[in-house]
Write a protein that binds this ligand. Structure first.
Ligand code: ZN
Ligand code: ZN
Length: 588
């Protein structure tokens, strides 16, 4: 009897709490919504350059000078908003607001850490570059050309002071970021030369105004050249290493990735995945060997795998039908998903495949471009690179990389049910905060997760060739993480890096060289794909075990995506919170 009474009072208490929560919910959300608007307004006033990048063009004429005063202002902004956030209780916020809360808090804490601990403003000279924003002003039609040229003129005023501040900030920079800064700044000069001249020629501005503009452009060019000369002549006997080191790397991982795991845990998981993938690939290679080769299997297993991959990669489309092949793939993917009941695909929002626009040309491949948070009615496109004018050898090498099998996996990743589908779902719970601060790890993790999920459900008819190619593709993601961590924390040499990518991940030397360079210039971002993938996959398995027979893959996917581009760990908390068994009302 005692037990029953205890149980009942517990239920009543629970019910009571729930009722209270409901009552509070309406109260706390409204002020938080107001707070968010206020936060965004102040965010753009503090970071006008960022505003320009996301299509908010209210402050384009201001170029912020990156000096000590500016850093103080940014720190004050972060500290003030952390105080304001504390006044909003998380309990009772809607899921959408809760995740927005976490994203804002992470941004603020991360920016304080970045200014006071990471201090890349001292060691990364490539932080200082003005050309991109000026290029956006010329090439984006947010206003008429004459008004944009007026903004261009006003924005140029601070360029000399901007680079003077940069020179004051830089102390003991890395060699790699110094070289990058020189190359990128000189490369960006075209915007003050040919791009500006073209725009002036098209404009209706009078000759006097044009002359004034060109005069200021000359001063700007001189300031950029002065900066790059200064960098070239900088006495830097003991340059800082491009390697971040264990502590800074772990912290940067925390803020940039927002994972439920530490970076050491993720690194260990990546090592384990690599070993597992090699075993699976070896098994397929042994089973398939006689189908493709007359000679006996080499004793070196990794070499045998590489030979088979090279062989199978020769199955690919003709360069002229690359885009058509992608276009024809999309409905096939949609049908498969419908037939297997994997996730609802909104038929009113079909994906438009197009040849990549001129300004993207050169970067072959495929990518999704979606309208920015302030672009109303913009279209979402699947941009496909063209091989027009490529030398035959280069095109062949590219087509082998994106062979018959990999091309399908790429379409899953970029389009359906990868990035494009995730985007459609995230637009259903609109949040300006997530459009601006959305978690890249969740976004990439989802796309990588869908590759495996589709194959698990029989996409590609379980053909061993498809699985082998998938494993190779997945190995790239896994090795990106191993590479980045090893370079920044374990002092990996270039030779070790190239060995990992070429011999253990079956990449071409050119690709491996490019990846090494990327790892020396960036930190942590290369880990996002594997981390997000692993967290989503592990969470799905956890949720499946919890739900038992009730588990429904389609419902899981739809629920998971309904939270928008939030960190996986927060989506997990909320889904587990809602999944916890609650006593049915009738029992009361
Ligand atoms: Zn070929
Ligand atoms: Zn992606």
């Amino acid at each position: 009897m005692k037990n029953i009474f205890g149980f009942l009072s517990l239920i009543l208490l629970f019910a009571c709490n729930n009722a209270e929560k409901k009552a509070v919910e309406t109260d706390v959300n409204k002020p938080f919504e107001e707070y968010k608007n206020n936060f965004i307004n102040e965010l753009w006033q503090t970071y006008p350059g960022w505003a320009l990048g996301v299509g908010k063009h209210d402050f384009d004429s201001i170029l912020v000078i990156p000096n000590e005063d500016t850093r103080k202002k940014e720190l004050a902004f972060a500290n003030n908003h952390l105080d304001s956030l504390k006044k909003h209780p998380i309990e009772g916020l809607s899921n959408n607001n809760k995740t927005d809360y976490y994203l804002i808090e992470n941004l603020l804490k991360g920016s304080i850490w970045s200014t006071t601990e990471l201090k890349s403003h001292e060691w990364n000279p490539s932080n200082y570059n003005v050309s991109e924003a000026f290029s956006i002003i010329l090439s984006t039609e947010f206003d008429n050309l004459e008004n944009r040229l007026d903004i261009f003129y006003k924005r140029m005023a601070n360029i000399p002071a901007y680079f003077e501040a940069a020179k004051q900030n830089i102390k003991n920079p890395t060699v790699e970021h110094t070289q990058l800064a020189i190359a990128q700044n000189l490369g960006g000069l075209a915007v003050f030369e040919t791009e500006l001249e073209d725009a002036l020629a098209k404009s209706k501005l009078d000759e006097n105004t044009k002359t004034e503009l060109l005069k200021r452009a000359d001063q700007s060019i001189a300031a950029v050249k002065d900066y790059t000369d200064w960098l070239k002549n900088l006495k830097n006997d003991n340059p800082r290493s491009f390697r971040l080191g264990k502590e800074l790397y772990a912290k940067k991982f925390e803020f940039d990735i927002q994972s439920g795991n530490t970076v050491e845990e993720i690194y260990q998981k990546a090592l384990k995945s690599k070993a597992e993938l090699h075993l699976k690939m070896a098994e397929i290679t042994h089973n398939l060997w006689n189908k493709y080769f007359k000679q006996p299997v080499p004793t070196d297993t990794l070499q045998a795998i590489k030979m088979l991959i090279d062989k199978i990669s020769t199955k690919h489309v003709h360069p002229d039908s690359f885009q058509t092949a992608i276009e024809q793939q999309i409905p096939v993917l949609v049908d498969f998903i419908k037939q297997k009941d994997l996730i609802y695909i909104d038929p009113s929002k079909p994906l438009v495949v197009r040849k990549e626009p001129a300004y993207m040309a050169g970067v072959a491949g495929a990518s999704i471009s979606s309208p920015g948070p302030y672009e109303k009615n913009g279209n979402t496109y699947y941009n496909v690179g063209s091989m027009e004018g490529w030398p035959k050898e280069q095109a062949e090498s590219y087509l082998r990389e994106y062979n018959h099998y990999i091309l399908q996996i790429l379409n899953i990743h970029e389009a359906i049910p990868g990035h494009y589908t995730q985007l459609v779902y995230s637009n259903q719970s609109p949040s300006l905060i997530k459009a601006i601060l959305g978690n890249g790890t969740m976004i990439e993790g989802w796309a990588v997760y869908t590759e495996l999920m589709m194959l698990e459900n029989g996409y590609g008819n379980n053909e061993p060739e498809m699985w082998l190619m998938y494993y190779k593709w997945n190995l790239r993601t896994v090795c990106n993480t191993i590479l980045d961590y090893s370079v920044h924390v374990n002092n990996f040499t270039k030779e070790e890096a190239i060995h990992l990518l070429v011999n253990e991940a079956f990449q071409q030397t050119a690709e491996a060289e490019g990846k090494w360079k990327r790892a020396t210039l960036t930190q942590v971002q290369l880990c996002s794909y594997f981390t997000g993938f692993k967290e989503i996959y592990e969470f799905r398995e956890e949720y499946k075990a919890l739900k038992g027979k009730e588990f429904d893959l389609k419902k899981f996917h739809e629920k998971f995506l309904s939270y928008g581009s939030a960190p996986v760990k927060h989506i997990r908390e909320m889904m587990l919170g809602e999944a916890s068994p609650t006593p049915p009302k009738e029992e009361l």
